[in-house]
Design a protein around this ligand. Structure first.
Ligand SMILES: C[C@@]1(CC(=O)O)C2=NC(=C\c3[nH]c(c(CCC(=O)O)c3CC(=O)O)Cc3[nH]c(c(CC(=O)O)c3CCC(=O)O)/C=C3\N/C(=C\2)[C@@H](CCC(=O)O)[C@]3(C)CC(=O)O)/[C@H]1CCC(=O)O
Ligand SMILES: NC(=O)c1ccc[n+]([C@@H]2O[C@H](COP(=O)([O-])OP(=O)(O)OC[C@H]3O[C@@H](n4cnc5c(N)ncnc54)[C@H](O)[C@@H]3O)[C@@H](O)[C@H]2O)c1
Length: 207
């Protein structure tokens, strides 16, 4: 059994190659675009969703079947065709330094993609190690009720507070205690209620 190592990648302006232009390629592409990757799709045909990104200039498209040289500059590769031997060919053409995800073959992939919930800076990722992507999605749906939209503003508040605490408290032991107190549920509650003045008063008491 593979024990995967979870990681959050910075893909901004990194060269990404997606082989295939169908439903799964589009799903992968949307998340890679959110990460501001520099994406090229290799496929003789692309669906309407991908076509829109190409027309808007957000994604490059090479209208062709896959060949080895398509991978030469890629940092990260997704093999997402519906032809098993083509996906296998992609896995064999990449080098050891490249990140590769083969959508129908987790064993030949050196990374797999978790299901994710985003609330601003908060990211919750769930993976089942390929056992059941459907379950990963279901767990994320469950967590999305507990970690609702208010977490976006709450994380912004925590970011600001962290900067202030780092500026104003130099003693590391005291700082650690204050960070702990900042996690008091009252701050989340006041964020949800929109009681920002009260929240600020409570925060000032910590400093
Ligand atoms: C999380 C998510 C992220 C994403 O893709 O962006 C993702 N799959 C999602 C959905 C989903 N995938 C499948 C179903 C149908 C129900 C079911 O089968 O359970 C559903 C549910 C649905 O679509 O609703 C079928 C499926 N998936 C894989 C295979 C091939 C195989 O296992 O061999 C087959 C069979 C294909 C066939 O039948 O031939 C393989 C992988 N899918 C993974 C990720 C990786 C493992 C993640 C983990 O560890 O859990 C891994 C190993 C590789 C990878 O793709 O990275 C995304 C949820 C997005 C969201 O949260 O909205
Ligand atoms: N990882 C996952 O989450 C997941 C989920 C469901 C299915 N799958 C797998 O994903 C595969 C793709 O599914 P889909 O729904 O996107 O299929 P699809 O039929 O919508 O798309 C397949 C794409 O592959 C392209 N293609 C075919 N031959 C090619 C070649 N030689 N070079 C480049 N591109 C080529 C086609 O032009 C098409 O755009 C399925 O076969 C299935 O095994 C994976």
């Amino acid at each position: 059994m593979v024990r995967h190592y979870p990681i959050s990648l910075n893909l901004k302006n990194k060269q990404v190659v997606i082989v295939g232009g169908g439903f799964i390629a589009e799903r992968k592409l949307r998340k890679l675009l959110e990460a501001e990757a520099d994406i090229t799709v290799i496929s003789p045909e692309i669906n309407a969703g991908i076509q829109r990104f190409v027309t808007e200039g957000q994604v490059k498209w090479k209208k062709k079947c896959f060949s080895e040289e398509d991978l030469s500059k890629a940092f990260l590769i997704v093999a997402a065709t519906n032809v098993q031997h083509v996906n296998r060919q992609v896995s064999e053409a990449c080098n050891e330094q490249q990140l590769i995800n083969i959508v129908d073959d987790p064993a030949r992939s050196n990374f797999i993609v978790p299901s994710t919930l985003r609330r601003g800076k908060l990211v919750i990722s769930v993976s089942t190690g390929g056992a059941s992507p459907g379950l990963a999605k279901k767990i994320v749906a469950e967590l999305s009720r507990e970690y609702d939209d208010s977490y976006d503003a709450y994380l912004e508040f925590l970011t600001d507070c962290r900067t202030k605490i780092q500026e104003e408290i130099t003693d590391l032991t005291v700082r650690k205690e204050v960070f702990q107190k900042l996690l008091d549920p009252a701050f989340l509650r006041l964020t949800k209620e929109g009681s920002l003045k009260e929240r600020e008063v409570l925060f000032r008491q910590l400093l």
